[in-house]
Ligand binder design. Structure first.
Ligand SMILES: [Zn+2]
Length: 327
């Protein structure tokens, strides 16, 4: 879910939009009143008529619906004359209406107590931007995933062809999205580059973002930079604590390329802390790595590996690099 900070930023934006609409309206009135003084007079009449209607209603001077209808009718006539004057001077008929970006909520973000579609979209856009996935989210969706790019020929030492294997992995990824709130399962993708690990992570991210979940994509290298800075740097900018909180708080953390960073015991234990805190909080993680399981075993502590084995669905990617086929 979006943080208080997100709401604050978005509402600042809405406030600016309303201010802008108001300023523009004042400018337009100035312009039109100078050019077509009759419209200024009509606006005056409309205002006075509106006031006398409410006054009369408050004082119970108007007793019949007929009298109200007559006044309303007069009001409508004035508005109509104003519209015609604007059009004949070459303006659009709503030139003197506030120019809201969203007419449905008049740039307030709400329709009654319900979030307007524009606010829901703004929250999703913001979550997209914060996910670090940016442009990848546009092209990489479950629909654009092309299974035929994986070979249907048997591979030595594997029970399934690469295509059958990918069908299984694809189904596991869809199930991960569908069961996101119910299952405690996490995912570990391992295997050589160019087989769609990042692509599928991005498909999952997009589906979840569209469902209002928060997602953060980071390479293992950047995560260790954040952890190192958070721990050791004395003059932290706002950015580092904020990123650190996100590592723990986002609904889905995607750690890409585990194993490329320089490994040491500090990194090992900090990584364990992040993975463990997320497990304890019921937050999901996807790890992808080019290392084999035995290389992972060699690179990280026993604690990390047993944590991963116990709580992650382990998916092995194999076959030929699908990117090379395009060349
Ligand atoms: Zn709206």
């Amino acid at each position: 879910m979006a943080s208080a900070r997100d709401y604050y930023d978005i509402f600042q934006q809405y406030q600016q939009r309303r201010d802008r609409a108001e300023r523009l309206l004042i400018e337009r009135k100035d312009e039109i009143y100078r050019l077509i003084p009759e419209i200024a007079k009509i606006d005056d009449e409309i205002r006075q008529l509106g006031m006398s209607i409410s006054k009369a209603m408050l004082n119970h001077e108007i007793n019949s619906q007929q009298a109200v209808d007559e006044l309303e009718h007069k009001l409508e006539e004035l508005r109509d004359r104003k519209r015609r004057l604007l059009i004949s001077a070459g303006y659009s008929e709503d030139y003197l209406s506030p120019q809201y970006i969203c007419k449905d909520c008049q740039d307030t973000g709400y329709i009654g107590a319900q979030k307007c579609h524009c606010l829901r979209q703004a929250l999703i856009d913001r979550a997209y931007a914060q996910s670090n996935l940016g442009h990848m989210l546009q092209a990489q969706t479950f629909d654009t995933f092309d299974i035929t790019r994986y070979s249907d020929q048997p591979v030595d030492g594997e029970a399934m062809t690469p295509r059958e294997n990918m069908e299984m992995i694809y189904a596991a990824c869809l199930a991960f999205v569908e069961d996101f709130d119910r299952s405690p399962e996490n995912l570990l993708f391992y295997g050589p580059t160019g087989l769609g690990k990042t692509f599928l992570s991005s498909c999952i991210a997009r589906e979840l973002l569209d469902r209002g979940k928060t997602v953060l994509y980071q390479t293992a290298f950047s995560i260790f930079e954040i952890l190192r800075e958070y721990k050791f740097s004395l003059n932290k900018s706002d950015y580092i604590p904020q990123q650190f909180d996100m590592l723990l708080d986002v609904d889905l953390l995607i750690i890409d390329d585990l194993g490329t960073e320089l490994n040491n015991s500090f990194i090992s234990s900090e990584l364990f802390n992040v993975l463990n805190s997320r497990l304890l909080a019921g937050k999901k993680t996807i790890i992808s790595t080019n290392l084999t399981l035995s290389q992972l075993n060699d690179a990280y502590s026993e604690r990390i590996i047993s944590r991963i084995i116990g709580h992650y669905t382990i998916l092995k990617f194999y076959g030929d690099d699908i990117r090379k086929q395009l060349a």
